[in-house]
Design a protein around this ligand. Structure first.
Ligand code: ZN
Length: 351
């Protein structure tokens, strides 16, 4: 039973751990009070978040938060004397879908949002992860996992744009909201760029900047850091037929068949291939995350590149994928999927 759903806009004040913790406690207390549930009857907290749980039980490396380390898990555990379980939002998404399907099915989940990641959960509900802790004691914060960062798999043919991790050739550059923004900045500010439509792109209007503004690159990077320029802008413009944004998402081939740019659809097909070959055969491959949910066509087109058994033009097609994707690709639009998974994991962890 979901007690309450609240969306709180990130505010500059949340650069303080105290403010963040106070806000979480306030919201949780309010939800419990409305549902007439006492804090004393809460036996554990499951927390799904961006970033990675660190050895101390807190959360490090969240790219959308000004805090280098978010310390609310340890504070909550100390204050309420109950175990707090931290999960990366992607690793919590898999059990979220697993629970929604009633269990007993093996799943591969691919999250296409601000970042890119993928994971596997077996039919008995075991999440594939590289590290997990064994036991939770009362009042202790438990770091439960670390997860393979599949978004940083190298795939061929990506634009020469650096990933947030510092490397080149990470799949995330080709297939994520942050990657779309990085590509857009690169193609808009590189004098040698041949990206079609870059002088007339709707992005300028959407971002309220003028083409040819001095220091454009600096301005765009600043907007990117402040989340004033996000992948959704690129997706929204592409949906309306903007040539430049469609170039990023769908690639570009000249009339005589020369591939100028592969595009996100093709990269996603490569990524699905890499991930689905890395894990045991699942019952379902599903997709979630803001970009997948807002632009299902990206997923549909990528899957159809794989399912085409005619050895499609870049050699991605293979009959086996028809078995993996028997119908329309499954795109989950439930943005509480990670929360559901975190609650399931916290409830089923032995302590
Ligand atoms: Zn990377």
């Amino acid at each position: 039973m979901l007690l309450e759903r609240t969306i709180v806009k990130a505010h500059p004040d949340y650069s303080s751990n105290d403010a963040l913790t106070a806000q979480i406690v306030r919201l949780a207390t309010r939800s419990l009070a409305r549902a007439k549930v006492d804090w004393c009857s809460v036996s554990a907290v499951g927390n799904a978040t961006q970033g990675q749980p660190n050895a101390a039980g807190n959360i490090a490396g969240g790219s959308n938060c000004k805090l280098r380390v978010m310390t609310y898990p340890t504070t909550l555990a100390r204050r309420f004397g109950i175990p707090v379980f931290n999960y990366n939002d992607v690793s919590a998404g898999l059990p979220g879908r697993y629970v929604a399907k009633g269990g007993k099915v093996a799943l591969i989940g691919i999250m296409v949002g601000t970042g890119l990641n993928a994971g596997y959960i077996s039919a008995d509900g075991t999440l594939f992860r590289t590290q997990k802790t064994a036991k939770a004691a009362k009042g202790r914060v438990i770091q439960v996992e670390s997860f393979p960062e599949a978004g940083h798999l190298a795939i061929p043919g990506l634009p020469p744009v650096r990933c947030g991790c510092g490397s080149y050739d990470c799949a995330e550059v080709g297939i994520s909201g942050s990657g779309f923004v990085r590509q857009a900045i690169y193609y808009l500010t590189d004098a040698n760029s041949a990206a079609p439509g870059r002088n007339t792109t709707a992005l300028y209007r959407m971002l309220r900047i003028r083409r040819g503004t001095p220091g454009l690159s600096r301005i765009l990077w600043k907007m990117q850091r402040e989340s004033a320029f996000v992948g959704e802008h690129v997706v929204k413009a592409a949906k309306k037929g903007d040539k430049f944004c469609r170039y990023i998402l769908h690639g570009h081939t000249t009339p005589d068949g020369k591939v100028i740019h592969l595009g996100a659809v093709h990269h996603l097909a490569q990524f699905i291939r890499a991930v689905s070959n890395a894990y045991p055969v699942p019952t379902e491959v599903f997709f979630w995350g803001g970009i997948a949910a807002n632009y299902e066509r990206l997923v549909r087109d990528a899957v159809s590149l794989l399912v085409r058994s005619d050895g499609s033009k870049h050699g991605l097609g293979n009959r086996n994928y028809a078995k993996l994707f028997p119908g329309k690709p499954v795109v989950i639009k439930d943005d509480l999927i990670g929360l559901r998974g975190a609650i399931y994991l916290a409830a089923t962890t032995k302590r």
